[in-house]
Design a protein around this ligand. Structure first.
Ligand code: MN
Length: 199
């Protein structure tokens, strides 16, 4: 059963002007598709061919000989998750149980924003910023390249891609502007809250 590219959960121009149609055409249509294609080629005719994406990620994590499989599988998962973490007219502050947990575990929404911006801005090179559930507590973290919190015993709740391909067409080298826009205009807090509620 080959892995497939999931469609974007909104129209390709729905995140404009914050993330352009051009960025999503490349990022979803080229980069994400390439990870899917690479993964399918790498697992073809192996014992991983019939495994789910999460099974594959967990099976090869930490195995240096399978680093290519891990990188492509995790990048497929990370991007599918990232698209859902955004929506048109998103951003701002969450409410309800999620807001209460951010206050209790992270010291409030402003403290979360500071930590999340710092995680995204200080990830040297390529990677991801995350809000995760770690031992029952919310935590902000960052990972390098394709790495995913699920192989570190954490449950991903929210992610932001900080690879240059995520923002360069729209923001060039201004990663902090992309991060601020992600938080102010794009975050889909309903998706994050649903992830927390399902934990
Ligand atoms: Mn990306």
């Amino acid at each position: 059963m080959a892995h497939t590219l999931p469609p974007l959960p909104y129209d390709i121009d729905a995140l404009e002007p914050h993330i352009s149609r051009s960025t999503l055409e490349f990022h979803h249509g080229k980069h994400h598709q390439t990870y899917v294609n690479n993964l399918n080629a790498l697992v073809k005719d192996t014992d991983l061919a019939d495994q789910s994406l999460e099974q594959t990620i967990k099976a090869v994590a930490g195995d240096d000989a399978k680093l290519g499989v891990f990188n492509n599988a995790a990048q497929v998962w990370n991007h599918s998750f990232y698209w859902q973490c955004m929506k048109p007219a998103g951003g701002g502050e969450p409410s309800g149980a999620l807001a209460d947990r951010i206050t209790a575990d992270l010291g409030g929404f402003t403290a979360f924003v500071d930590a999340f911006k710092k995680a995204g801005a200080t990830q040297f090179g390529s990677g991801w910023a995350w809000l995760v559930l770690d031992n029952g507590s919310l935590k902000v973290s960052k990972t390098l390249n394709a790495d995913n919190p699920m192989v570190h015993g954490q449950l991903p709740l929210l992610t932001m891609d900080v690879w240059e391909h995520a923002y360069y067409l729209d923001y060039q080298n201004r990663r902090p502007d992309y991060i601020t826009t992600f938080l102010d205009k794009l975050v889909n807090w309903d998706f994050v809250a649903a992830n927390l509620a399902a934990a």
